[in-house]
Design a protein around this ligand. Structure first.
Ligand code: PA5
Length: 452
């Protein structure tokens, strides 16, 4: 079986010779600290050996639940936000038909995502769309109390019960949450929903290979065994005993860290040349942003879709402030084949492309962009997937997770917490007069009055 690969040569050319090698001892120490559980955030290391510890019986249980939803639902709504949402969406969109939401293929339920915003129009339009549909809900929240998700779930639960009756609704509502704590757990136990547990030691953004990601992915009709196998193989290929020279995740972690520390490259732009990978970029942004952006440190993770964004952000990337580097996710072989046709009249002047695959044009755009951006002073990292399938996406997910664990530790932060996320919630609850927030409500009202 092939593997995803990494090319850092167009990034290391910006660094002094020997820079990467100089990190060898430090990386080894970080790898040992992760393995031995002696790094910051060591109570959240459950993801480290998750792929290799998932049993076939557990995957069968997830698949059986997915099969029930697939049988009974035309639409499955996945309610969740952040790490309780992005992984599933990233994989489903990367593997699915680009027009899946328009194509009713009867074989697979449409998978929709909600609970990741508080848009009234969004929720009203969703409710409206679901009115005549046989739909089910996967309610995902580790804490079981996240406002966006809880609010959406209340609406969906009521609608599902109204449309299918309370008894039938029980068969098509699934909870993925903590084993004991939180409102989502209380509700699931009281209503008798099928439920899965998010392990205590796996944080949201590292949870795509738990039922958080696996159940929606299986519902969409994708092979979760192959996905987990890909991740498990990457776990082996990037383990603590694999030296830096052989370990692509450690190399990625080191090169981005060196660009940040030694070249002042403060922004990493993850780019794809396949629109299907848009949400892989969104998932990656959360993984790295929430893991590294703390203590006033951390690379700002940004994402672009090329060639689309070459016509918007391309100018900035080519000639704007030189504080960026780029990481390209490239797919060697598309799954479909399409040749560009010859045209006798050649009115558009494109006959020089006749007979070529569309992907050949895309690949030349990719190479041309890399060369242009490197010439413009933008270090370039390239991650290459042989093709878009479950196995290689599984590899990619684990590659980014372990690289993030290493990178966060090189930076010296705790990559597994997210204390900064609480600030907006505290203000929002105070502004909404949530019980228990009386003092904060008073303080924020006074502050707003003074600011008038
Ligand atoms: O990575 C994280 O921990 C967060 O992004 C959470 O996934 C997100 O805030 C959602 O939390 P919860 O699953 O508790 O609803």
């Amino acid at each position: 079986m092939k593997s995803i690969s990494l090319d850092i040569t167009k990034a290391t050319q910006f660094l002094k010779p020997g820079t990467i090698e100089a990190y060898e001892e430090k990386v080894k120490a970080v790898q040992e600290a992760l393995e031995n559980g002696t790094c910051p955030g060591n109570d959240f290391l459950g993801w480290l050996h998750l792929p290799s510890s998932i049993t076939p019986a557990f995957l069968d249980e997830v698949q059986a639940c997915a099969n029930t939803l697939r049988e009974k639902c035309e639409v499955v709504v996945v309610a969740g936000i952040g790490g309780s949402y992005l992984g599933a969406r990233a994989v489903i969109e990367a593997l699915g038909n680009s027009f899946a939401w328009l194509v009713n293929d009867k074989k697979n339920p449409a998978i929709l995502f909600a609970g990741n915003n508080i848009g009234e129009d969004y929720l009203a339009e969703l409710t409206d769309y679901l009115k005549d549909k046989k739909f089910g809900v996967i309610n995902i929240s580790k804490s079981g109390t996240t406002t966006e998700t809880a609010l959406t779930f209340r609406l969906l639960k009521k609608q599902c019960e109204a449309q299918r009756g309370k008894e039938e609704a029980k068969d098509v509502i699934v909870a993925i949450t903590d084993a004991k704590k939180g409102a989502a757990r209380t509700c699931a136990d009281k209503e008798g929903y099928k439920s899965f547990v998010i392990p205590d030691n796996v944080g949201g953004r590292f949870s795509v290979l738990t039922p958080v990601g696996l159940l929606p992915i299986a519902c969409a009709g994708f092979d979760i065994k192959a996905l987990v196998q890909g991740a498990a193989d990457m776990e082996k290929a990037t383990g603590k005993d694999v030296a830096l020279q052989e370990n692509i995740a450690a190399q990625y972690a080191v090169v981005r860290h060196a660009l940040y520390r030694e070249m002042d490259k403060k922004i990493e732009i993850i780019v794809n040349f396949q629109p299907k990978l848009h949400f892989i970029g969104e998932w990656w942004k959360q993984l790295y942003g929430e893991s590294e952006g703390k203590d006033h440190l951390g690379i700002f993770p940004a994402a672009c879709d090329f060639t689309t964004d070459l016509h918007s952000m391309g100018q900035w990337i080519q000639e704007g402030e030189r504080s960026i580097f780029e990481t390209v996710i490239s797919v060697e072989q598309p799954n479909k084949k399409m040749l560009f046709p010859k045209d006798e009249e050649n009115l558009d002047g494109l006959n020089f492309l006749a007979g070529k695959r569309v992907d050949e044009v895309n690949k030349m755009a990719e190479l041309g962009t890399r060369l242009a951006h490197v010439d413009g002073g933008v270090p370039n990292i390239r991650i290459s997937l042989p093709e878009l399938n479950e196995y290689y996406i599984g590899q990619l997910l684990y590659f980014f997770e372990i690289a993030c664990g290493i990178s966060g530790n090189l930076l010296g932060v705790n990559p597994f917490n997210q204390p900064g996320v609480e600030a907006y919630k505290k203000n929002m609850f105070a502004l909404l007069n949530k019980p228990g927030y009386e003092a904060e409500s008073k303080a924020i009202q006074e502050r707003l009055a003074n600011e008038k």
